[in-house]
Design a binder for this molecule. Structure first.
Ligand code: NAD
Length: 445
């Protein structure tokens, strides 16, 4: 019997269609979608040129190792079957098992998943954890699926890709549109096939299933730590700074809350439903409660509604894009007015925009450093699962801070030594770490 639709289905917010669009570039009055993987290749090539590396090794490390596409039938609540497309891209296993989240979103494409997988390789190398990079995604709108439909979709995805996954092979985690609930189903499906519980098969699980304390907050905490270190470099007193955040999900809301606790005044916030502004400062903990109830930042008391794109151009010290890729592009970067862009999201600034922001002397803390807190604590979760021993939240947060501060300083030193941006410096550091391992292992060709 098909399961009954749950109340969850109606509680989920409906995103505004127009805001689903990811980056486009205008060329001679035509709009062309920006290739996200193309952006990663440009970032890689710029950094690799500065390192004067062997070209054949560069070709080996920059292209994804394996890309898998599956068509997934799912029984819907009304008894019909619907097909969904799922992807898993394993970019690199040079430094360890491949690691990366699973995204549920209507805009998921192979190009996007390849880019996100590649960024995972470079991110894990920047924070120096023993993982390669991967990413997965399913083309779907999770807000329009019931809980039962989401569970069946998740289980079918895991079942179809089961040979790719495993604690020594490829370990997923949450991303946009997924969270601990989906990770719980993932772990259960994988464990059923293995005939015993395998908590290390996935990270970002509910705590009682072997999730790590501090994992839910880890990406936002990493963003906060990166901003704190950047503010020190620019001699900014955080308690007298202002900020804006685009995207108020896991990364956006938690980084805003932690920075708010350090005295940062948030004046503009957006999510997929719209944007709000209050020059006197938005009470972030109250906004988090409002969003929990209303599933939207709109309607928050003492804030006026503004156009969503205004958030990116707010006159603030710190801008945190924490939604999707290609938000700040060659077409709009000139309008960005902050001093620090902290990339909570993956790929929110295109290579063309990077050049413009650099000319404007805006410090961009690149995604592969800024949002690496999530994968760092995912690594801690995997370590705890392997030891069958749980650390305290203080221990997790302390180790995360050590990793993030060390990575920030490594990247900043590279940037200063080579007179380059933090993005290119982060890529240079990561490429050197991956290439060293590849040279020592040798290429089985
Ligand atoms: P999420 O689903 O929890 O939140 C996404 C937020 O972005 C929501 O508030 C949504 O309303 C908003 N949003 C979507 N489209 C928007 C638009 N066009 N304009 C404004 N807001 C929009 O996802 P998340 O986990 O917070 O991930 C956000 C970004 O951070 C993604 O790029 C993801 O890859 C990256 N990231 C996430 C993690 C993690 O641990 N969750 C780790 C590293 C990087």
């Amino acid at each position: 019997m098909p399961a009954k639709k749950t109340a969850n289905k109606t509680r989920r917010p409906r995103p505004a269609a127009a805001t689903h669009r990811k980056g486009v570039a205008s060329r001679k009055n035509r709009t062309i979608p920006i290739s996200v993987f193309g952006n990663v290749l440009k970032q890689f090539d710029t950094a690799a040129r500065k390192l004067s590396l062997d070209r054949s090794i560069c070709e080996f490390v920059k292209i994804p190792r394996r890309s898998t596409i599956v068509n997934l039938p799912v029984r819907m609540d009304d008894g019909t079957y619907k097909m969904f497309t799922g992807y898993r891209v394993q970019h690199s296993i040079a430094r360890g098992p491949s690691k990366g989240g699973i995204r549920y979103h209507l805009g998921v494409t192979l190009d996007e998943v390849q880019a996100l997988a590649a960024w995972m390789t470079w991110k894990c190398a920047v924070v120096n954890i023993p993982f390669g990079g991967a990413k997965g995604g399913i083309v779907c709108d999770p807000f329009k699926l019931s809980e039962g439909e989401l569970e069946r979709l998740t289980r079918r995805y895991v079942a179809d890709m089961i040979k790719l996954f495993g604690p020594e092979d490829d370990i997923p985690a949450p991303d946009v549109g997924t969270g601990p609930r989906v990770m719980g189903w993932f772990m259960d499906t994988y464990s059923m096939k293995e005939n015993h519980s395998v908590p290390g098969s996935v990270t970002g699980k509910p705590i009682v299933l072997g999730g790590s304390l501090g994992r839910n907050e880890a990406t936002g905490r990493g963003v906060m730590l990166s901003v704190r270190e950047a503010a020190k470099c620019l001699k900014l007193d955080l308690a007298s700074t202002t900020a804006a955040v685009q995207g108020f999900g896991n990364v956006g809301s938690i980084s805003a809350r932690l920075l708010h606790e350090l005295g940062v005044k948030f004046v503009s916030v957006s999510d997929v439903t719209g944007a709000i502004h209050n020059p006197a400062g938005i009470d972030i903990p109250a906004l988090i409660k409002h969003v929990e109830k209303k599933k939207s930042v709109l309607g928050f008391p003492n804030a006026k509604r503004i156009e969503p794109e205004e958030v990116l151009f707010a006159n603030v010290d710190i801008l945190i894009p924490a939604a999707l890729e290609n938000q700040i592009t060659g077409d709009n970067a000139a309008r960005v007015r902050c001093r620090i862009v902290a990339e909570g999201a993956n790929g929110p600034v295109t290579p063309e925009a990077d050049k413009i922001l650099e000319r404007k002397k805006i410090l961009v803390i690149p995604d592969i450093l800024c949002n690496a807190g999530g994968v760092t604590v995912s690594y801690f979760e995997w370590v705890q699962n392997r030891m069958a021993f749980a650390w305290t939240e203080e221990e997790v947060n302390h180790r995360l801070e050590e990793k993030m501060v060390a990575a920030f300083n490594d990247v900043m030193k590279m940037a200063r030594d080579h007179d380059t941006s933090m993005r290119i410096a982060a890529f240079m550091l990561a490429i050197l770490r991956v290439v060293e391992v590849v040279q020592l292992r040798g290429i089985y060709a």
